[in-house]
Design a protein around this ligand. Structure first.
Ligand code: GRF
Length: 193
């Protein structure tokens, strides 16, 4: 469990690469009284990530890093996280894999959301693979991040039934709506709320 010091919200950074709908939802949640976290920093590997606009709208500092030289960049990110006193990280559609060293510095403090019922369908293109296998259910998972892709300890999952004429897009939309709710619940659970 992440311990809260006093009643201050835990300073959190959200890492994104794309649209940022989970980021948007987390920011909204963070502003509620019951949220144990505040979002103080947005980090992206992609300067064109649509989600970066939520930084501007909500006056949250955003930083973009070019991941070509990963080790060097991760050290720079760690410095920025320190500067902003970040104690927790939420990955939300972040398309880069963090090193063991980086994860070790935030042990048990990095969460990720994945659009499948892990341990099934790790990695990319989950919805199409789920449909190709004629699965009856799909869903999403919030888990702790460890050094193996989509493999850390599961915090919460939510299941959804696949409809008869489901497409990759319709399933994607359905699961994304669930993700927004699940991420909040998972954060509350991590903080034992
Ligand atoms: C979500 O489906 C998330 O589970 C996956 O990437 C997608 C990001 O969506 N890791 P968004 O950028 O939060 O809208």
């Amino acid at each position: 469990m992440v311990k809260l010091i006093g009643c201050k919200k835990t300073k959190t950074a959200v890492f994104i690469s794309g649209t940022g709908s989970n980021l948007k939802s987390l920011i909204k949640f963070s502003k509620t009284k019951k949220s144990p976290i505040s979002i103080d920093l947005i980090i992206s590997n992609n300067s064109k990530a649509k989600g970066l606009k939520h930084g501007k709208i909500n006056k949250i500092k955003k930083k973009v890093f070019n991941f070509n030289k990963k080790n060097k960049i991760e050290n720079q990110i760690l410095s920025v996280l320190k500067e902003y006193e970040i104690k927790m990280i939420c990955l939300a559609g972040f398309m880069k894999i963090l090193s063991k060293n980086f994860i070790g510095k935030f042990k048990g403090k990095i969460l990720n959301i994945h659009p499948s019922l892990l341990p099934k369908y790790k990695g990319l293109n989950t919805h199409q693979r789920v449909l190709n296998n004629n699965e009856k259910y799909s869903g999403c998972t919030v888990h702790f991040v460890n050094s193996k892709l989509d493999s850390g300890k599961i915090i919460l999952q939510k299941k959804v039934k696949i409809s008869k004429n489901e497409t990759k897009n319709s399933l994607g939309k359905k699961v994304l709506a669930l993700e927004h709710k699940l991420y909040r619940k998972a954060i509350l659970k991590v903080f034992n709320r």
